[in-house]
Design a protein around this ligand. Structure first.
Ligand SMILES: NC(=O)CC(=O)C(=O)O
Length: 274
């Protein structure tokens, strides 16, 4: 089982949770019909990426959204990396990604570790930490194919975390994300490519489609990059499913031919999880 097919559901997210859940289900079913085995949703897919909505629509785990993902994973016999949702835990809200295996069992929970607090003059101000709590754990999920590192959006801007995922054995890194129309054109493609090349992984970056009726204008352009830095598949800003094949022999080949991970001077510097 050295190859498997992934699908990114680049869905249009609205302020209607029922509509978002139906859209996610419809796209997951379509991806299964196209033989995808690992299906990925974008960051904050069940409500708008906006602090007020995230507080209002946050759900406990287990809850309506995660129950739906779990039962779809079981029924369709696929892995689902459920983008992220606002998760309510006690009096806190987290931006959390839940991953389910083919039996519908929860095999990974990633709470966004780096929160999107930015202020770009004349363009965009966002202060996620006003309402979202910080995740504390590095997340690598075990699948029947390989280990998959999971992080959320702004997390991917931190090369130390991405490297840690590779050092923990990830051959694929999946990042549900929602860059925007300021940061997307500036950094999206370059960041994805360099993280794939540095860590010699398949890098799967899943965005929502752009919704100009929303307060946050997601960039779109969900993309899969291989360990050599080539684009396996990509799309533009509108709703679409992006499919790509992950070839684990190719990961091994690139890592053998250009042994970056082996050539690290760990006698001179190290990276450790505290
Ligand atoms: N939405 C994010 O967390 C990050 C983002 O949009 C960016 O880094 O740009």
């Amino acid at each position: 089982m050295n190859k498997f097919k992934v699908a990114i559901c680049q869905m249009l997210v609205t302020d209607n949770k029922e509509e978002n859940l139906s859209k996610a289900e419809e796209m997951i079913r379509e991806a299964k019909r196209e033989a995808a085995e690992v299906i990925i949703l974008p960051e904050i897919f069940n409500c708008p990426y906006n602090n007020e909505y995230m507080v209002e629509m946050a759900e406990d785990y287990p809850g309506k959204t995660t129950d739906m993902l779990s039962s779809l994973a079981r029924e369709l016999q696929v892995y689902i990396i459920g983008g992220s949702i606002p998760e309510k835990a006690g009096d806190k809200v987290y931006n959390t990604s839940f991953t389910f295996n083919k039996n519908g069992e929860l095999i990974g929970t990633h709470r966004k570790m780096h929160l999107f607090d930015i202020d770009i003059e004349g363009k965009i101000t966002f202060k996620e930490s006003d309402i979202v709590g910080y995740g504390e754990e590095v997340t690598v999920v075990e699948t029947e194919y390989c280990k998959i590192g999971v992080a959320i959006c702004y997390d991917m801007r931190f090369p130390e975390l991405m490297r840690l995922l590779a050092l923990k054995g990830a051959e694929v890194i999946v990042v549900p994300a929602a860059f925007n129309t300021t940061t997307g054109p500036a950094h999206w493609h370059e960041t994805i490519k360099v993280r794939a090349v540095d860590n010699q992984v398949y890098f799967v970056a899943a965005s929502p489609a752009r919704n100009m009726a929303s307060t946050y204008h997601a960039y779109g352009y969900s993309t899969i990059i291989n360990p050599w830095g080539d684009v396996v598949a990509s799309t533009k800003e509108t709703e679409a499913i992006v499919y790509g094949e992950i070839d684990l022999d190719y990961v091994k080949k690139v890592r053998q031919e250009l042994p970056l991970l082996k050539h690290r001077r760990t006698d001179l510097y190290t990276l450790e999880e505290l």
